[in-house]
Design a protein around this ligand. Structure first.
Ligand SMILES: Nc1ncnc2c1ncn2[C@@H]1O[C@H](COP(=O)(O)OP(=O)(O)OP(=O)(O)O)[C@@H](O)[C@H]1O
Ligand SMILES: [Mg+2]
Length: 488
């Protein structure tokens, strides 16, 4: 039936309660002190606790409080001495399920335990139900019914429950983060911490202290002890985004942590055990990075236990309609309006290549939405003449494959985009290309630089030349070489 823990320092009492409850078909564990009771709660899942209020050392109330903190709300039945009703009422205020007074009436004992067990099982069912709803929610947030997206969801369902490391690959804006979120939400760790860290957004010098924390005085500026993401994520999930950007020396340290199951804070040498489920994402092809010696092969194998590849939007065009409608609905809710997408617009959207994938589509719909004064959103709202997908260059990407491919559906075509530039000085074209690429990558300078095949430093220099201040620059990124270096 149920698992009941009996805590009482009096052996005869323990045996009496155990006899009665076992007679009712329950399994009974006994403890002679609060401390022993807590240890038993840690070792096995209980449905209810019957606990004497007066215990040596840790009394019944303190034991209950500690147990609630550690194991959540279990129904506690406290047994008080005669004339101690006031304490009993106080105990209920502190979260006890009920109390019994000595000498304990055995039929009341049975009835009280019975209702405690019923409540515990109702709580459990609610929790399971809520978790199930949470699952569905996390998967529903990934909009799409293409075979590719269904396959992605199927893998998520399959692997979430395991503790296997998951590597998510896919172009920028394909929804890798949504996939990572769902892996955590569907896992047994869903009630535990979920910590995200974006490797590309953190200066290399500070990455290790972000991951592993640092001791006070570990380096100039380390004025106090700081816990790292591994420590904060303990018992939960750690999402390492843009893992492909991790410098090789940090890769070595990460590998060691995965192998040893422990780490030390920067500037410290005490090993801290870690129980973290790792989910990583990258928009690079990690295998090629390994071949190019930019990513350690041993770490690649460690991370790539399960791999999920999120395909680019142009390879699942059937999702475009659903996605566009989902974004429209969200905007309608947000603005409390009731706009619609013109059929022609939907057709148009389905013909685009969306090099920035779902993110680009989302931004584009939002732009049209805001620019459309009326109810029906078309591709040409007033003022949007030059507002083709996200950048002044439209879908144009300097990509030989694309130029030669049969791209008659893409608008504006590469040819058109190039023609629009005729008459501009080369410097101006370069400036437009750089700014457009940067805006395409939502201000992410390392990605923009990579796409442009120039160094990040060069990109910074050019931005300074153009007098461009990218929002959030001070908080998230700083020019290479400007970061504080941990003291050796
Ligand atoms: N299948 C989808 N359904 C609904 N929204 C999506 C989907 N895929 C992506 N999005 C939305 O697109 C945007 C980009 O998604 P996300 O941040 O997960 O992409 P990403 O692959 O991590 O990109 P990057 O590599 O640039 O970090 C987010 O606003 C996300 O909510
Ligand atoms: Mg991402």
């Amino acid at each position: 039936m149920a698992n009941i823990l009996v805590i009482d320092d009096n052996l005869t009492n323990r045996e009496t309660y155990a006899d009665i409850l076992e007679g009712e078909g329950h399994t009974v564990l006994s403890a002679g002190s609060g401390e022993e009771g807590l240890a038993k709660l840690t070792a096995a899942a209980m449905d209810a606790v019957l606990c004497d209020l007066k215990l040596p050392n840790l009394d019944g109330l303190a034991t209950m409080e500690l147990a609630h903190e550690k194991h959540g709300p279990l129904p506690w039945i406290l047994i008080t001495g005669h004339g101690n009703e006031e304490t009993a009422v106080a105990a209920i205020k502190q979260g006890a399920f009920n109390y019994l007074t000595k000498p304990v009436d055995l039929s009341r004992l049975k009835a009280t335990v019975e209702s405690a067990v019923r409540m515990a099982s109702a709580n459990r069912e609610n929790k399971a139900l809520r978790r199930e709803l949470g699952y569905e929610e996390a998967l529903d947030r990934i909009v799409g019914t293409s075979a590719a997206i269904r396959a992605v969801k199927a893998i998520i369902r399959q692997v979430a429950k395991t503790d296997a490391t998951v590597l998510i690959e896919g172009e920028s804006g394909t929804g890798k983060e949504l996939v990572a979120d769902a892996v955590h939400a569907l896992s047994n760790r869903s009630g535990r911490p979920y910590v995200k860290i974006n490797t590309a957004a953190i200066p290399h010098d500070l990455l290790e202290s972000e991951l592993f924390g640092h001791e006070r005085g570990a380096f100039t500026g380390a004025v106090q002890l700081k816990k790292g993401k591994f420590e904060i994520a303990d018992t939960g999930t750690l999402f390492l985004d843009e893992i492909g950007e991790m410098p090789l020396d940090s890769q070595v340290k990460l590998l060691r942590v995965l192998q040893d199951g422990s780490f030390a804070r920067v500037g410290g040498n005490v090993p801290i055990a870690t129980d973290v489920r790792m989910v990583c994402a990258t928009n690079r092809n990690l295998k090629s990075e390994v071949l190019a010696s930019r990513f350690r092969m041993d770490l690649y194998f460690r991370l790539n236990v399960v791999s999920i590849t999120v395909p680019p939007l142009r390879e699942r065009r059937e999702d475009i309609t659903l996605l566009a409608r989902a974004f429209l609905e969200r905007l309608n809710r947000r603005h409390n309006q009731n706009k619609e997408l013109a059929d022609g617009l939907v057709q148009h959207l389905r013909r685009q290549d969306w090099p920035g994938n779902v993110r680009e589509l989302e931004n584009y719909i939002e732009k049209l939405y805001v620019l459309t004064p009326g109810k029906v959103i078309t591709n040409d709202p007033p003022g949007a003449a030059d507002e083709r997908p996200t950048s002044p260059l439209g879908n144009y990407r300097p990509n030989v494959e694309r130029l030669s491919a049969n791209d008659s559906n893409a608008a504006p075509s590469a040819d058109e985009a190039i023609r629009a530039l005729i008459g501009l000085p080369v410097d101006e074209v370069e400036k437009r290309l750089i700014l457009a690429t940067l805006s395409h990558f939502m201000g992410n300078k390392s990605k923009a630089a990579r796409q442009l095949q120039i160094g990040v430093k060069t990109l910074y220099r050019k931005l300074i030349e153009y007098g461009v201040q990218v929002p959030g620059e001070e908080e998230t990124e700083s020019p290479p070489g400007s970061a504080q270096r941990p003291a050796p």
